[in-house]
Design a protein around this ligand. Structure first.
Ligand code: PLP
Length: 407
């Protein structure tokens, strides 16, 4: 008799469950020509839509896919393909665009980190792949070294493999922490300035001790050059989100890096079951859509985009400044979410309003607008995710709310 494990293993190698149980009956309906206009589910289900003056937040569904990405998804949904074939062909193209030896489309930056580390741990050993995340007695390494200043919730992507994170501060700490259990050195770009060890030093430490290095640059394009900068610098693995500034599918990202590590990471990815990555599936439509998003993002005129965003931000800034007691600072974060950003504050003696109340006022207005409450009881806004013309609507609504509370 087959064990449950063996049955599951066999099932996981079958193309789809429908192949077992599917009947021909649904074909007739599937082939019927569409007649009615598409359903408006936003209306039907009463889902709130809004102008996004905040940024690329997962809770707000990230970014809006580029039209060419959506068209690619629609067009590719009409044919069957082997998932591995799609990943291999797309991976070669993306690797060439990003100066990486190899690349694969993952279910976001988070899954790129889990899968990249899985590849480091298992190599091409199928037994080890099936053992994850149970490292004890497996012969696999079990520690990832990271800087204290780089600790964020996203490091859960690494501990998902069963590894522990060992925190360090100085180069001497790293030298002391490295032992036979050290699997990888992980770097978080968005908090690079909060650590004592810089990118090149991190890469050098990895090379010296022959330990792979990984960098999380999830929200670090633009600048577009970051797509290849860290591959060129010598990081063994580079992870980035696809559904932030690149406007690919929100549930996609890229794992780029050394050929042998990407090949090993793919052993933990669908279509293969009995893996920690089986739940991190990216469908062929999104893999292809992500390719188009990367290609288009690289081809964009970045200076023109920047000027446009600055102009839209200025429209909002000027409206806010026209209210007495309101101050606006314009800046662009150096690390992560590098886009013109407004930091708006006010003298409570002149504008009697909490940031939270302003957020509610904009959210509950018509149209609904989302902004971010900052750590100094003011608000932050970007023009990053605005559609053409929305800057003027946001400017008007913001001025209205601030003026209403003026004393
Ligand atoms: C957004 C983000 C992630 C997660 O990326 P997904 O593409 O949503 O999986 C990881 N790390 C950082 C620093 C991020 O900003």
């Amino acid at each position: 008799m087959l064990s449950r494990r063996k049955i599951l293993k066999q099932l996981s190698t079958l193309p789809v469950m429908g192949g077992l149980f599917g009947s021909a009956a649904p074909l007739t309906t599937a082939l019927a020509a569409p007649t009615a206009a598409p359903r408006n589910l936003v209306k039907e289900l009463g889902i709130r839509t809004f102008i996004n003056a905040a940024g690329t937040y997962t809770a707000m569904t990230g970014s809006l896919m580029d039209d060419d990405v959506v068209n690619t998804i629609l067009a590719s949904s009409k044919e069957f393909m082997m998932l591995d074939d799609v990943q291999t062909k797309v991976g070669e193209k993306i690797a060439a665009l990003t100066h990486a030896e190899s690349a694969v489309v993952t279910a976001g930056c988070f899954s790129a980190m889990t899968l990249g580390l899985a590849g480091v741990l298992t190599g091409m050993d199928q037994k080890k792949v099936e053992l994850l995340p149970h490292l004890e007695g497996s012969g696999m390494k079990s520690e990832v070294i990271a800087q204290k200043g780089h600790s964020v919730g996203y490091s859960h992507a690494l501990t998902n493999t069963g590894c522990k994170i060992v925190q360090v501060e100085t180069i001497e700490d790293v030298e002391r922490a490295i032992n036979e259990k050290t699997a990888m050195l992980w770097f978080l770009n968005i908090q690079a300035d909060k650590g004592k060890i810089m990118h090149e030093q991190w890469v050098a430490l990895g090379k010296k001790h022959k330990i792979p290095t990984m960098i999380d640059i999830a929200a670090d394009v633009p600048p577009v050059e970051n797509l290849w900068k860290f591959n060129d610098m010598g990081f063994d693995l580079v992870c980035v989100s696809g559904g932030k500034a690149m406007r690919g599918p929100q549930s996609a990202g890229l794992l780029m890096g050394k050929k042998d590590l990407i090949a090993a990471a793919r052993l933990s990815m669908p279509p293969r079951g009995s893996t920690i990555g089986r739940g991190m599936k990216v469908n062929k439509e999104e893999v292809l859509g992500m390719y188009v998003a990367v290609e288009k993002f690289i081809a964009r005129d970045q200076d023109k985009d920047w000027k446009m965003l600055e102009e839209r931000a200025a429209t909002i800034a000027n409206a806010a400044r026209s209210v007495k007691g309101v101050t606006v600072e314009t800046f662009a974060p150096e690390l992560g979410n590098h886009t013109p950003t407004l930091r708006i504050g006010w003298d409570p003696a002149r504008v009697n309003l909490t940031a939270k109340a302003l957020q509610e006022g904009l959210r509950n207005g018509n149209p609904s607008i989302e902004i971010v409450v900052n750590d100094t009881n003011g608000i932050n806004m970007t023009a990053w995710m605005l559609k053409p013309g929305e800057d003027k609507i946001v400017a008007t609504r913001l001025k209205e709310e601030l003026t209403k509370a003026s004393v």
